[in-house]
Design a protein around this ligand. Structure first.
Ligand code: ZN
Length: 439
């Protein structure tokens, strides 16, 4: 029986080089699992109460501890020295050591992504499950990426799940729950793994680094956490790449080869200028980006992500505390989100989406953002009250000269038309203004 340990991921070779740290720092007990407290607690309670199910389904994004938790469950169930009042494996008995090394005959890991045929399932799982464990209490099957099994493989597996032998424990893991047949899902106890919260991931990275005698600047850890988006495996792989410099104190400068200084400052600068109606500053920021060779598409995406953060922070202020960002950036988020109405914020996000679409066609990469900056700052300063206060009845419309160089948004015109009853004599002027807006 082949044991497919450590061959279960579709990763590129570069990642593979940097997986050593992830494996050496894989949690060896439930207490060390990062960011999945609710699952660890439930499983621990079941182990203590003797109510462990025969089949589990671990669902959630990649790299956040599904396989690790599955191995811990296998370890705990087969540990011969586990204390009666603890769910933790001893990590010292023969079984724990074998599972830790990946050489336990009774813990069978299968990567469904590379063994999708029904024959493999029959041979590796169904037939094998009928035999008693070689020397452990349980025979544990960990099937990674289980959604990749073929229909006939699922059918074969379903029969075993319906009447599982007493000594068998199935742990199915998937990133794509919707691809699993309902019949399989309903036979399993389901646990949903969440992305790891920023703070927990950051503390984990700092802990790994310090265990190796390395310290990291806060901004480096923040950057890694942001870039890995709650995926521990990616985060640890990035940390390892950063640590490959051999330095004992890693600064933003020394990590720049891997984590190029983010445009966070420029994103905040441009957004702030736009919100405060400072056209000149906004254009200067864009010119600076151009001079520094920033990728405008990436920068625009960063701006959209930043504005999204503002939007969520408006609705849920405590959201800011959960972000792995510099204190100054958090302060800007608080200030900006409180000085913008939700409507204007949404309009601004849409304007960035428009600019993004234009970016793909323009021969001048800075132009769409420049247009956005001028349009958004000159028509209607975002933090002030609306420019388009309805005119009192009978008041004359601004003359052609008074019309700003950049026409006001069409919505203002609509508002003027709806809210301002005009004397008949003003009709022609109104039409010309509307025409001007359309032009
Ligand atoms: Zn043990």
């Amino acid at each position: 029986m082949a044991n497919f340990l450590y061959t279960t991921r579709t990763i590129n070779s570069k990642d593979f080089v940097y997986m050593a740290l992830y494996h050496t720092h894989r949690p060896q007990d439930f207490g060390s699992v990062v960011g999945q407290e609710h699952i660890v607690k439930t499983l621990s309670n079941q182990i203590l109460a003797g109510t462990v199910a025969h089949a589990y389904l671990f669902f959630g994004p990649r790299g956040i501890g599904k396989t690790t938790t599955a191995r811990l469950l296998a370890k705990s169930m087969n540990c011969t020295e586990r204390k009666k009042d603890s769910a933790e494996p001893c990590n010292a008995c023969a079984s724990c050591l074998e599972i830790g090394r990946g050489s336990a005959l009774d813990v069978i890991e299968i990567d469904a992504a590379s063994h999708t045929g029904v024959d493999n399932v029959r041979e590796n799982i169904i037939d094998n499950a009928q035999f008693r464990p070689t020397k452990s209490a349980y025979k544990v099957f960990i099937i990674d990426e289980v959604h990749m099994l073929s229909t006939s493989a699922f059918n074969a597996l379903l029969k075993t799940l319906e009447e599982p032998p007493q000594h068998v424990l199935f742990i199915l893991a998937t990133t794509e729950l919707h691809k699993l047949p309902d019949t399989i899902v309903s036979r399993c106890q389901r646990f949903t793994f969440s992305k790891i919260p920023s703070d927990a991931l950051k503390a984990h990275l700092a802990h790994i680094a310090s265990s190796l005698g390395v310290t990291c600047e806060e901004s480096v850890l923040n950057h890694i956490v942001q870039k890995s988006e709650g995926c521990a495996r990616d985060a640890i792989s990035l940390l390892e790449q950063v640590m490959a410099t051999g330095e004992k104190h890693i600064t933003a400068a020394s990590a720049a080869f891997l984590l190029p200084p983010s445009a966070a400052e420029e994103v905040v600068a441009l957004t702030t200028a736009i919100v405060h109606g400072e056209t000149h500053t906004a254009l200067q920021t864009i010119q600076h980006l151009y001079d520094q060779g920033f990728q405008f598409l990436q920068f625009t995406d960063d701006c959209i992500a930043f504005l999204r953060t503002l939007l969520i922070a408006q609705v849920t202020p405590q959201y800011i505390d959960t972000l792995a960002l510099e204190a100054a950036t958090k302060k800007s988020i608080t200030e900006l989100s409180s000085s913008l109405t939700q409507k204007k914020l949404i309009a601004l996000i849409e304007a960035f989406f428009d600019a993004r679409a234009q970016l793909r066609q323009t021969p001048m990469p800075q132009l769409p953002l420049e247009i956005l900056a001028v349009a958004q700052t000159q028509t209607d300063p975002m933090s002030a009250s609306p420019v388009s206060t309805p005119l009192p009845p009978g008041a004359a419309l601004p003359t052609q000269k008074a019309i700003p160089a950049t026409p006001p948004p069409a919505t203002d015109t609509v508002q003027m038309e709806e809210n301002t009853p005009l004397p008949a004599s003003e009709e022609p002027k109104k039409q010309s203004l509307a025409k001007k807006v359309k032009a």
